[in-house]
Design a protein around this ligand. Structure first.
Ligand code: FAD
Length: 289
């Protein structure tokens, strides 16, 4: 973990672009609540194949102009160099300086993978097209990507993204901090040293958490799964238990010297803000070791 302690801590919140006017109004309320704790940035997801293109752009520009730096996610699968370049130019023109660069996942039957097949190719293209305009974040998988041939290959593929010009990474969420510590250890042995910020998923709904975790390859430890199952429809108990478990995990990560936390908010303020407050994250916490 030594390599991670040198980086200044940053804290961020991720949103998805709302579909309806009601969703937009709700996001504004969530944004205002989260802006109150002064995070370093917000980020907004991007549907693979461009399915949320316009909504992502609209949400990013709207959040960015309200004063908290906002990073668009940009996935390359199913797209063309031209369509990516258009977005990069638009973001640059609007003062955006951070991008989360991803491959994305095309829903089955949605056609070919496009001109840029992997995230390392996207990072390379962003550097080629936009130079150093953007701070580039990439995805990291402490429990390994579900399609990776093996752990070794996945680590090498992560290193390719760094070689292509990524500045830092955000992890897929996990509930076992040892997977993160081991991942960092492996990167250190490969001399790959960029900040790798843990992605934190608050626990609010058991069935959707199980569905999503199965899809993205995040392991829910048996003791957490069993406890959540026992709560059934008792959402208050699920939330309370989830907040305790996630707060404990974040504290362990912060104590070990992680370079920040990135919260998957699912466009809800309370679960993330409660964890934030239990942790007592303040300006002091943001200072590097
Ligand atoms: P890559 O790094 O390209 O890796 C994908 C797979 O291919 C891995 O198994 C890897 O080992 C392998 N691989 C990589 N490079 C090569 C290569 N050169 N040759 C052979 N194999 C290779 N998805 C969205 O659609 N929109 C979002 O907004 C979004 N946001 C995300 C944010 C975060 C922080 C994270 C962790 C994930 C996010 N995702 C998002 C999900 C992500 O798009 C998927 O996990 C996707 O399957 C992989 O994207 P990647 O950028 O990690 O791909």
């Amino acid at each position: 973990m030594e390599s991670q302690k040198q980086f200044k801590r940053r804290f961020s919140f991720e949103f998805f672009p709302p579909k309806t006017d009601q969703g937009k109004d709700k996001l504004q309320v969530v944004r205002d609540r989260l802006a109150g704790v002064n995070p370093d940035f917000f980020s907004v997801t991007f549907g693979a194949g461009g399915s949320t293109r316009d909504r992502t752009v609209e949400t990013v520009l709207n959040l960015h102009k309200q004063g908290i730096s906002t990073a668009p996610h940009l996935s390359c699968v199913g797209g063309t160099r031209e369509s990516v370049a258009e977005l990069l130019d638009l973001y640059k023109a609007n003062g955006i300086n951070r991008i989360v660069a991803l491959r994305g996942d095309l829903p089955s039957g949605m056609g070919a993978s496009g001109e840029l097949r992997y995230a390392n190719e996207l990072v390379e293209f962003i550097r080629e097209h936009s130079g150093d305009t953007f701070n580039i974040e990439v995805a990291a998988y402490p429990e390994f990507h579900p399609q990776a041939r093996n752990a070794e290959d996945d680590l090498k593929n992560f290193a390719r993204k760094v070689q292509a010009g990524a500045n830092s990474a955000i992890t897929q969420y996990f509930f076992n901090p040892d997977s993160y510590f081991y991942f960092i250890d492996r990167l250190e042995k490969m001399n790959v040293t960029i900040p790798v910020v843990p992605g934190i998923m608050p626990i609010v709904n058991f069935s959707s958490l199980v569905r999503f975790s199965d899809m993205c390859g995040a392991d829910i430890p048996r003791w957490i799964r069993k406890q959540l199952e026992a709560y059934g429809d008792d959402t208050d108990s699920i939330r309370k238990f989830g907040e305790e478990v996630i707060t404990d995990m974040c504290q362990k990560l912060l104590d070990a010297g992680v370079p920040g936390l990135h919260f998957y908010t699912l466009n809800q303020a309370e679960p993330s803000i409660n964890i934030w407050q239990y942790l007592g994250i303040s300006e002091r916490e943001k200072i590097a070791f």
